[in-house]
Unconditional design. Structure first.
Lengths: 114, 115
């Protein structure tokens, strides 16, 4: 059973297009995250949702819009894709009050902008 | 603001030897958690070990142990009896609880195990 699943695994598209990445977790966690890993492997938080409510937005361009229809899902929509958006995007989840529990990551979505 | 520093961009270690991956952190909070993740070439992020700031004992998980020196603000990962499958990127991360749920990551160390 996959705990945190992201689709698609690979996404190749043209500059200027709009695309979405979906994420679902079956761990019963109440908090979900999007992280971006750049070409140098540096991981940085983008967004965090707790029970469908946005709690972290780390100065991400407003072309990126997360949506959480319920606490098990957190999707990421990106408008007007730019070359600099090429990266691996990871979804993760955790239980907010369990501070000693790790965040569980999906396998990542590799986004390549042509 | 929290900061994690990993000063070893790459390491080469002979198989079966022990290896220490360095991690120092900076935070003004008294309560925090430290995590290590492994990222093999296949790309997934695998949780390895956790240390809480109030934990008196160093964390251990199988071949992984965390050398936690609070006064020095260091949380080094020790892998005993390294194996070829340990070749991967290793990330140290910190989380400050009570409202700030994000993980702040270091830049990672690429570990290569030599047969």
């Amino acid at each position: 059973d996959t705990a945190v699943s992201q689709t698609p695994k690979y996404l190749v598209t043209q500059m200027g297009n709009d695309k979405s990445i979906k994420c679902e977790q079956n761990l019963g966690h109440d908090t979900m995250y999007w992280y971006k890993q750049d070409s140098k492997k540096f991981l940085k938080i983008m967004f965090s949702y707790n029970n469908k409510e946005l709690i972290i937005n780390e100065t991400v361009p407003n072309r990126f819009s997360p949506k959480s229809p319920d606490k098990a899902h957190l999707n990421l929509h990106i408008n007007s894709l730019e070359l600099g958006d090429s990266a691996v995007y990871f979804c993760a989840s955790s239980q907010r009050r369990d501070n000693n529990q790790p965040q569980h990551f999906g396998d990542g979505t590799r986004l390549s902008i042509l | 603001a929290q900061k994690i520093t990993q000063t070893q961009p790459g390491m080469f270690v002979q198989e079966k030897e022990a290896v220490t991956l360095d991690c120092t952190y900076d935070t003004s909070d008294q309560s925090y958690g430290l995590f290590w993740y492994k990222q093999p070439s296949s790309g997934e992020m695998i949780f390895l070990i956790y240390q809480g700031s109030y934990d008196e004992q160093n964390a251990t998980e199988g071949r992984y142990s965390l050398n936690f020196q609070k006064a020095r603000k260091s949380a080094n990962l020790v892998i005993s009896a390294s194996q070829l499958g340990d070749s991967a990127m290793y990330f140290c991360a910190m989380r400050v609880p009570f409202g700030n749920e994000k993980l702040t990551f270091g830049t990672g160390t690429r570990l290569t195990i030599i047969p």
